[in-house]
Design a protein around this ligand. Structure first.
Ligand SMILES: N[C@@H](CCC[C@H](N)C(=O)O)C(=O)O
Length: 319
């Protein structure tokens, strides 16, 4: 069986995107988890932070499933949904569209390019919550956990817990210490002692008004170039901490580039528009037989897109 895929990235958070809109591919959850572990391996296979599946939906225009590199299935992926949106909008010839995720329905749209020839998409993240069963152990009284210490993680940092479907804790820091982030990320994801289902852990730094930097230890992956839901969480927190203002676009820089976030507050409900690239790197084919991937080949490379994205990144370094 030959399966086509697209290697793509959002802020260099990279994915293997499989179009199964016609439901012709019938893989069990165990097989998909196994595929994610094998295909995301950067030493022996394609290499990626996760696999994305574009599927038909009965409640929206399309459905997304994502599997992390370790085979776990998270609820949501902000960078991934932009890549998936690109393929779905192309296939369905409709813009905007609604995409069903594990816990929500998200409006995605193609927008003006954020930089010349950098295909750009917006995801309106509305299922934002400070209360979630994922935070029961740090907040047994089910109160929002905002800018407070988590003694099991650190004696001096303060964290805010926020769910975008998937659980995040975010800390404002003056200096980014990647080793510390990795250490805390690992601690937050062992044994379910602090978070029953693990959590994504991020540090963010204030650069200037409307400009922050975010780095994330992703549950099920490790430190990535960027995490879309984490950047949305950090931009929201920057407003809560009065560093930025609701209703104003924030440039969120990351190891892999930049996205723009627009945090909004209406009464007690929050949303974040996440606008950024969805870059195709190459198309390829997997030859799959008897439960084993026999051969992986590249069929088309997107050199122009890769170059446009590199130019965008270079322009940040120069400014
Ligand atoms: N990279 C993603 C988040 C992917 C899921 C995450 N690792 C989790 O387990 O929650 C993003 O861009 O949001």
């Amino acid at each position: 069986m030959k399966i086509n895929f697209v290697k793509c990235h959002g802020s260099e958070n990279d994915f293997i995107l499989i179009n199964n809109l016609d439901a012709s591919l019938n893989l069990s959850d165990t097989e998909l988890a196994h595929w994610a572990k094998c295909l995301c391996n950067r030493t022996y296979s394609i290499g990626a932070d996760g696999i994305l599946l574009l599927l038909p939906s009965t409640t929206a225009d399309a459905r997304m499933r994502i599997f992390n590199a370790d085979g776990s299935e998270p609820e949501m992926c902000g960078n991934g949904i932009r890549c998936l949106a690109r393929l779905a909008i192309q296939q369905l010839k409709k813009n905007p569209i609604q995409i069903e995720t594990k816990t929500s329905r998200i409006q995605v749209s193609q927008e003006n390019d954020i930089a010349q020839n950098v295909f750009s998409f917006n995801a309106r993240l509305q299922n934002v919550s400070f209360i979630s069963d994922d935070f029961n152990l740090i907040s047994p009284n089910k109160q929002p956990f905002i800018n407070k210490p988590i003694s099991l993680l650190s004696s001096d940092l303060r964290f805010t817990a926020v769910s975008f479907g998937n659980p995040h804790i975010v800390s404002l820091v003056n200096h980014i210490d990647k080793n510390l982030l990795e250490q805390l990320g690992k601690m937050a994801n062992i044994n379910g002692t602090i978070f029953p289902n693990g959590a994504n852990v991020s540090f963010f730094r204030f650069i200037s008004p409307q400009s922050i930097y975010v780095i994330t230890y992703e549950r099920g992956v490790g430190i990535t170039y960027a995490c879309g839901t984490a950047m949305s969480a950090a931009s929201l927190l920057s407003c809560i901490l009065n560093l930025n203002q609701f209703g104003t676009w924030i440039h969120v820089f990351n190891e892999g580039g930049m996205v723009k976030c627009l945090p909004n507050q209406s009464n007690e409900s929050y949303s974040v528009d996440l606008l950024g690239n969805a870059t195709f790197v190459y198309e390829g084919t997997l030859d799959y037989a008897n439960g084993v991937v026999k051969e992986i080949s590249k069929t088309k490379e997107f050199y122009d897109e890769i170059a446009a994205y590199e130019r965008m990144k270079k322009s940040f370094r120069e400014s």
